[in-house]
Design a protein around this ligand. Sequence first.
Ligand code: DC
Length: 241
Amino acid sequence: MTPGQPDKQRDKNMERRKKIIITIDGWSSCGKSTLAKQLAKELDYVYIDSGAMYRAITLYFLRNHVDWTKSAAVEKALANISLEFISNEKSGQAEIYLNGENVEYVIRDLVVAEKVSDVAAVKAVREFAVHQQQQMGKKKGIVMDGRDIGTVVFPKAELKIFMTADNAIRVERRFKELFVKNPNITLDEVKNNLEMRDYIDSHREVSPLRQAEDAIVLDNSHLTMKQQLDIAMDWVRERLH
Ligand code: DC
């Protein structure tokens, strides 16, 4: 540490030197990706949206009429799926590509959301995605959000955050997000979809959503974006120093 260096500069230098893995798990629509993007930007880390991978696989299955209850059909389909995250030059955010096609936006549709939890519960699908996620974390310096990132994908991650927020607030947030693209959507549809996904995600046999024992809970129901980032950055600094 150089004496006399201002705190902020000193923090920046520390953050540049040591790289850690940050995992953010939690319920649907509680702001995991917002916090993950904030942290990745602040630390100059890679952000990976693991849910986008399950959504892209679901999109492929739906488009190609793959019956995900049949293991042979799933194996065959997975062999034809290539997923990549490529940075969008304008936004600086990584976007997901399915076999060379940018599907970042189409995977957010309710049609995909209605099936993604079922597809994500298939063992072969999880093995396919988890293997790729672990490869992405090899060099550390990564923030990944999802449901099993701190428990299964990176059980040794230096910082594990488990996010939560009040149900009504989560429904409202997701509704606002989807309404922009689809003004016909109803609050009830969004509420039912969230409840269904939370139930399937936390009750499935393979890697269900649960809080890792060493995860820190962040309830952001009544926090501003700045407040949630400040809290999480304090946890990051504790691990970098
Ligand atoms: O984070 P999201 O809502 O985009 O995730 C979509 C679905 O994918 C979610 O309902 C559960 C599943 N998922 C999962 O099972 N494991 C992950 N690591 C990430 C997402």
